[in-house]
Design a protein around this ligand. Structure first.
Ligand code: HEC
Ligand code: HEC
Length: 337
């Protein structure tokens, strides 16, 4: 009996493989969404349907398609560049169609499945709704969703992926949004030295460990581990009166004026310049600012006396932040244009 079962096993394996269509065959690695074990539970699931390789590829094609902007010059990837951990190309404010400058610095796009809300002010609370904002913003891609759809449906190079991913050559809004969300969800960054340290207790040198210890003392109640953000909205004392109302744009509550979503500091070595308006070029400047935050009514109480940091402390904090740089994030060809 046992022998018969053992013999049957390889055959069963073959039958299972053969019964997979081309689509499902590609569903597993490398397109499966595998939350790292040392991360919390993600906020965004991919819905009842597990991700499909074709949905991912469609999302990627959309992400890098410059035709989906009014002058054909800008794609999502223009402002969210892989070499910069999917943040912008060193510009203070993002640059959209016809060189138009936006009002904020483009944040990096990775580990999006853990963000409860998006944008510096948290104005969008579902990953699938995010693309509507850049597609239609006059300072970004400057189209209507109807125009985006029309461009995609008139481009025959989308036909195959559309058919495979959604069973139709005529895509609708929700197909676009779902596949872009799928592409972004799979951009997970968890391959840094810091991650190695979290999972094995090894991998950080003495300076990085000193930085981590300072970080846990002074920073991690906002930039919480392991994602290095608690995703709350805080005023960290950049201005006595913030030009950008930040969270108050959404809540209309004066108590939220000048509060911004705490950014993840993972890969921050690559995402310069820093803060919602890109005012600081270097990590040393961004961290140095915490010594003397501006007095302002909404300043986070934990910063009211400033954070006492010596130059050596700042050097150690920078070393720690650099230990979160994930080389695989910027070299993984799955996400490459
Ligand atoms: C012109 C530059 C530009 C383009 C093009 C652009 N973005 Fe962005 N993106 C930004 C800026 C700036 C923000 C922050 C906006 C804010 O806070 O108001 C942002 C925010 C985001 C966020 C939220 C990140 C977070 O941490 O909250 C996601 C996700 C995102 N963009 C995805 C996309 C996708 C998908 C596209 C293409 C459909 C796209 N972006 C096109 C500049 C751009
Ligand atoms: C009270 C909460 C809070 C504390 C404590 C805090 N931060 Fe921040 N941090 C923020 C917020 C909010 C922002 C974004 C502010 C903005 O852009 O207006 C930010 C931005 C940053 C940035 C820029 C990141 C980017 O992508 O633009 C760096 C770097 C940074 N913090 C490092 C630190 C370090 C290091 C410490 C500890 C010494 C620290 N922070 C303590 C809330 C905090």
């Amino acid at each position: 009996m046992l022998i018969r079962m053992l013999r049957a096993l390889p055959i069963l394996g073959w039958v299972m493989l053969a019964s997979c269509s081309a689509d499902t065959e590609e569903l597993g690695t490398p397109y499966a969404f595998n939350p790292p074990e040392h991360f919390p539970t993600p906020v965004y699931g991919l819905g009842e349907k597990s991700p499909s390789a074709y949905g991912f590829k469609l999302g990627k094609k959309l992400f890098y398609d410059r035709q989906l902007s009014s002058d054909g010059s800008v794609s999502c990837g223009s402002c969210h560049a892989q070499v910069h951990a999917f943040a912008d190309h060193n510009t203070k404010l993002s640059m959209g169609v016809e060189g138009r400058l936006g009002i904020r610095n483009a944040p990096p796009v990775f580990n999006m499945a853990w963000h409860p809300a998006f944008m510096w002010d948290g104005g969008i609370n579902h990953l699938e709704m995010v693309p509507v904002a850049p597609f239609t913003h006059p300072l970004e891609m400057n189209l209507t969703m109807a125009q985006v759809l029309q461009k995609v449906n008139q481009d025959s190079s989308y036909g195959f992926l559309a058919q495979q991913a959604f069973g139709t050559p005529q895509l609708q809004d929700h197909h676009l949004l779902k596949s872009l969300a799928q592409f972004m969800t799979l951009i997970v960054s968890s391959g840094s030295k810091y991650d190695m340290y979290l999972t094995t207790g090894k991998g950080l040198n003495a300076l990085e460990l000193k930085g981590l210890s300072l970080f846990r003392q002074h920073c991690s109640h906002c930039h919480s581990e392991p994602l290095l953000s608690d995703f709350s909205y805080r005023n960290n004392g950049l201005d006595s009166l913030s030009e950008d109302p930040g969270r108050a744009v959404i809540t209309l509550d004066p108590a939220d004026h000048g509060k911004f979503k705490v950014p993840s500091l993972r890969n921050a070595e690559l995402t310069y310049p820093y803060m919602h308006d890109g005012r600081f070029m270097t990590l040393e400047q961004a961290i140095g600012h915490y010594r003397f935050p501006q007095a302002t009514p909404n300043l986070d109480p934990s910063l009211s006396a400033g954070i006492p940091l010596s130059d050596q402390d700042i050097e150690a904090l920078v070393a720690f932040i650099k230990s979160t740089t994930d080389e695989t994030l910027i070299s993984d060809t799955r996400w490459m244009e």
